[in-house]
Design a protein around this ligand. Structure first.
Ligand code: SME
Length: 283
């Protein structure tokens, strides 16, 4: 077990515990915490480094570890980490020193562990088990007391964070006010220019029209494809059905070629089924 896996798994288990008890205020606070670190005017790694300074000054070792892991995954270098911890010491004073010691130990232990994408095919094969766990968490989120969009956003965030080959996760909804058109809902990943997609256009539009899941292992081989970014190499999506009618889609982009297995498709179709209650009929 790696330090990263150990920590993230314990965090996940404890979060589930919190969610067993939490009312909507705590759940909203959790959701806000995630949203605050999303890419905006500041990029994700800058935000994580800011979180790291604040955590060190406030002397929370758990928080320090979390932000170090996020920084590591986002490609922050050791030189940058030592400057970040230097600022924390400057602000917090010598009382931060013991936490700085532990922080460098964590940083050291992280070296060599995979950043985001597992290169090891064994890890990819192990995913179906993870999918089962993830689906349980999706169910908990759907049943919870968040607002509808917060639930969908939390699911995007969960999937993007937990599945290494998911780089953009979002929902499209069939717009009840438009003629056979999809409108972008909550998503996590780089902003996309495709806020609206007509039925039949791109992978999303074809899936809505043909009412079926699409697995595109290599987007460069597709002619009817709407590109969001040159980084995207493959895409998978599952329509969301309500009483046999497509009401939306869950859409995933990956930065890898051929990353998807049947397990991804089954999983996304299960997720689509679970979230259907959050979608309404279009006319
Ligand atoms: N690639 C999609 C467009 C939407 S994005 O992937 C977010 C398509 O071809 O329909």
């Amino acid at each position: 077990m790696s330090i990263k896996k150990d920590f993230m798994e314990e965090r996940e288990t404890l979060n589930e515990k919190v969610f067993d008890y939490a009312g909507k205020e705590i759940k909203r606070f959790f959701s806000l915490d995630g949203q605050m670190y999303r890419k905006g005017a500041l990029d994700e790694s800058t935000k994580e480094m800011m979180g790291l300074v604040a955590s060190a000054v406030l002397r929370c070792d758990d928080c320090i570890k979390y932000h170090l892991i996020r920084c590591y995954d986002l490609g922050v270098t050791g030189e940058q980490i030592q400057e970040v911890l230097g600022i924390a010491m400057m602000v917090g004073g010598s009382i931060v020193i013991p936490h700085t010691r532990r922080a460098f130990k964590v940083w050291d232990e992280l070296q060599g562990s995979p950043r985001e994408a597992p290169e090891n095919p064994e890890e990819i094969k192990a995913l179906p088990e993870t999918f089962e766990k993830l689906l349980e968490t999706v169910k908990i989120i759907v049943r919870g007391s968040f607002e509808r969009d917060e639930k969908l956003y939390s699911i995007c965030k969960l999937l993007k964070e937990k599945v290494d080959h998911y780089d953009w996760v979002g929902f499209y909804e069939v717009d009840p006010k438009a003629e056979r058109e999809l409108v972008l809902g909550p998503y996590v990943g780089d902003p996309t220019e495709h806020g609206r997609i007509k039925f039949g256009e791109g992978i999303c539009g074809q899936a809505a029209e043909q009412e079926m899941s699409f697995v595109v292992q290599d987007v460069s081989k597709e002619t009817n494809y709407l590109s969001c970014s040159p980084d995207v190499k493959s895409e998978i999506l599952a329509p969301i059905f309500k009483a046999g009618k497509v009401v939306g889609e869950i859409d995933i982009d990956s930065h890898r070629v051929e990353p998807f297995t049947d397990a991804d498709q089954t999983f996304l179709e299960q997720v689509a089924e679970e979230v259907a209650t959050l979608f309404s009929f279009s006319s």
